[in-house]
Write a protein that binds this ligand. Structure first.
Ligand code: GLN
Length: 489
């Protein structure tokens, strides 16, 4: 049951082989058993969860179920959810209870899905290892001494340890794809503007996008059907016809032009990861794809550009946490300015402070032109690289991350090496394109552990259905995506 697809679970529920309450209880029991160690969930509310499951059972009985009705989903703690503790992984919001539902939460609710709980994450989604969370680090279920990736590390660990049927994540520079890669699951960052950011706590608004984290592309297609759609409460939400993301899943891949960017296979990519990716590409060749060499010449600039733009936006977005309206307020202070300073000094962790300092600096008079403006110009060049590349191919394949899961603590004191985790993912956010990671195989550690490797699939704007088709076809001829870590059964 725990390894069943969303479609299989939907059938079991429809045929009344299991009720949503029973299914939900099974996952809650698993969470009780494994979460004290894995630490994937930071807020649980069994009363709300089981009430939703009960309501789903009634809906199924009435014959008005949708594809996800009754299915237990984990929500990244970046989404405001009514009545739920909503912390964004920060002490700043430790005691904040959501007064309303984020659009994404509402969409799942309307579909009749069950909210299993809120998942751990890097503080304000800043990180690649989940170690910046105020609520402690998350264990990677494949090797408990390693990180699950970040910032959606709690969601990734929850899916990998089968502590939910699927989960949501958000991706500003790689936070869905990199943890999906490190935990052996499928994760998709949609085209910017497809999923409403309403009620999703803002990090870098021009880059942030929510998406599904699941066991397979088929599961992700079903979740995309729920998550996407116009929302007037987000000014960057796109007004487009609703799509059915399952529509192309079973199309043959013959003739699909697959681009391999030479910059993604250069220095910096681990040899063990490269080998797995090459085998995956060979599989695509067998499926009838035509392989084309392409170049994304500005790839190297994506990290420096991102670490100007994302902190700039973050410094502005996080100014709202001043201890006045919500969030942490220092117990003792002299005057208003002192209250702001102490509340922010106490409420934010080191990485968040680092970003606020960088962001404020690059936006300051005298430096704006040299850093922020320049970064915006290079951002355009990076988008143009992709525009040129997509004249020669339909999708782009490459690694998601340069390495497999690293040991907890290994990079914690070296921000630049941590930032390099996103070397293959960040350009996609800067261009606003969709990107996805799917399991493509394993490497072996010296102590005999298998660590998953993610294959990244990048598509042109709004080409998610084609990407899911490419991923699904691969998942029909491989079984990497259905493997489970040892010791979680
Ligand atoms: N790792 C990147 C960062 O720390 C990306 C985070 C994200 O996508 N939310 O900013």
């Amino acid at each position: 049951m725990i390894n069943s697809s969303l479609k299989q679970l939907g059938t079991l529920l429809a045929e009344k082989k299991i009720s949503s309450v029973e299914l939900t209880q099974q996952f809650l029991d698993r969470i009780d058993q494994h979460n004290p160690e894995i630490n994937a969930y930071i807020a649980l509310d069994k009363e709300i969860t089981l009430a939703q499951a009960k309501a789903a059972d009634q809906r199924i009985a009435q014959g008005s179920a949708t594809a996800l009705t009754g299915i237990p989903i984990a929500q990244k703690d970046i989404f405001v959810a009514k009545g739920w503790q909503t912390t964004c992984g920060s002490k700043m919001l430790e005691n904040f209870i959501g007064p309303y539902d984020a659009h994404v939460i509402k969409q799942f609710d309307t579909a009749g899905a069950v909210n299993l709980g809120k998942t751990n994450m890097d503080e304000f989604a800043m990180g690649s290892s989940n170690e910046t969370s105020y609520f402690g680090k998350v264990q990677n279920p494949w090797d408990r001494s390693r990180v699950p990736g970040g910032s959606s590390g709690g969601s990734a660990a929850a899916v990998a340890a089968r502590l939910c049927a699927a989960a949501t994540g958000t991706d500003t520079g790689g936070s869905i794809r990199q943890p999906a890669s490190l935990c052996g699951l499928s994760g998709l960052k949609p085209t910017y503007g497809l999923v409403s950011r309403y009620g999703m706590i803002a990090f870098a608004s021009s880059l942030d996008q929510a998406g599904p984290m699941a066991k397979s592309c088929e599961d992700m297609a079903l979740m995309m059907n729920v998550m996407t759609g116009f929302d007037e409460r987000d000014s960057t939400s796109l007004q487009r016809e609703k799509e059915d993301y399952t529509r192309d899943l079973n199309k043959p891949l013959a003739g699909l032009r697959v681009g391999l960017p030479k910059e993604y296979f250069a220095e910096g990519l681990g040899a063990d990861v490269a080998k797995v990716i090459e085998e995956a590409i060979a599989e695509y060749r067998k499926l009838g794809a035509e392989i084309v060499d392409i170049s994304l010449p500005n790839t190297q600039l994506s990290i420096p550009v991102y670490y100007v733009l994302a902190p700039a936006e973050a410094s502005s977005n996080l100014s709202r946490f001043d201890g006045v309206r919500y969030g942490h307020r220092a117990a003792q202070y002299d005057d208003l300015m002192d209250m702001y300073c102490k509340s922010r000094a106490e409420g934010f962790g080191a990485e968040v402070k680092r970003r606020i300092l960088i962001g404020t600096y690059v936006l300051s008079a005298g430096y704006y032109d040299a850093y922020y403006l320049k970064a915006q110009q290079i951002r355009r060049l990076i988008a143009q690289d992709f525009e040129e590349a997509f004249k020669h191919c339909d999708i782009i394949l490459g690694p998601t991350a340069p390495s497999t899961a690293f040991k907890a603590g290994e990079k914690a004191d070296d921000p630049v090496s941590m930032y390099l985790q996103d070397i293959y993912t960040i350009a996609v956010n800067l261009a606003g394109l969709p990107g996805m990671s799917i399991p493509a195989g394993f490497t072996q550690t010296v102590d005999g552990k298998s660590l998953p490797v993610g294959l990244q699939i990048i598509g042109n704007y709004f080409d998610e259905a084609r990407m899911l088709n490419a991923g699904h076809a691969y998942q029909q001829v491989t079984d990497w995506h259905s493997r489970m870590p040892e010791g979680i059964a």
